[in-house]
Design a protein around this ligand. Sequence first.
Ligand SMILES: C[S@@+](CC[C@H](N)C(=O)[O-])C[C@H]1O[C@@H](n2cnc3c(N)ncnc32)[C@H](O)[C@@H]1O
Length: 253
Amino acid sequence: MQETQKKINTNGTENTKTFRKDDQICDMFNNISARYDFLNKILSFGIDCRWRKKLVRELKPYKPKQVLDVATGTGNLALRIAKIKPQTIIAVDVSEQMLRLGKEKIKKRKLDKLIKFKLASCDELPFDNESFDTVAIAFGVRNFEDPLKAMKEVYRVTENDGVVMILEFGIPKNPVVRIPFLIYFTKILPIIGGLLSGKKYAYSYLTTSVKKFPFGKDFVEILDKAGFVDTAFKKCTFGVTYLYIARKNSNYC
Ligand SMILES: C[S@@+](CC[C@H](N)C(=O)[O-])C[C@H]1O[C@@H](n2cnc3c(N)ncnc32)[C@H](O)[C@@H]1O
């Protein structure tokens, strides 16, 4: 895994010790875990649930059986996928605190036999080749150190003819939507997120990571390079979020 030289501390100072980006991301999600679900709802005006619902609506016709939810966080997508009754859902994440909250949620809903959580990074998934007919990721990929490497790993664990569905933020192209979106996303959201979580850096990171992320055709290119076929995307909410759909074809090498 690539190493970075500087760590930006929560007080804005730089730490010159070497560290892994994964570790910094993991610390950040551990630190905001307690307020993650609450802030998601507030900052997205509740639309985040609709985006996950859309993914599940698109997934349902594939009749998923063995599902992997990567970067599950507190298990929001896994819980949504549980509604279409696959046989198993394995949900992985690098943040222990996010997973701890996820486990509490599924226990309350008595879904702990269906959904199993595991601490793991998308860089190195602890599963055999072709273990899942479905892999889903919601708002995880922009956090990965090396998205292409991670998508190759997703490809490896996907069965031939399996399907991969990925939700991630984009930036609307239409100026009528783009300008108000950027004002909200870069100026207002980091302030509200910072105030309500007490972790301003985490919500500034959200803005920066979305701006840097190669969305739309650029991310489709990454999926293609990883080996997927029939790659496509659908815009949600004018392109604030993109849903990527890809297949692993048995005849493709
Ligand atoms: C924005 S949250 C999304 C959580 C959840 N999927 C949802 O829709 O609410 C991003 C999650 O990605 C996780 N993450 C970041 N890097 C990861 C990696 N390399 N492998 C697995 N999970 C990772 C973080 O710990 C965090 O829980």
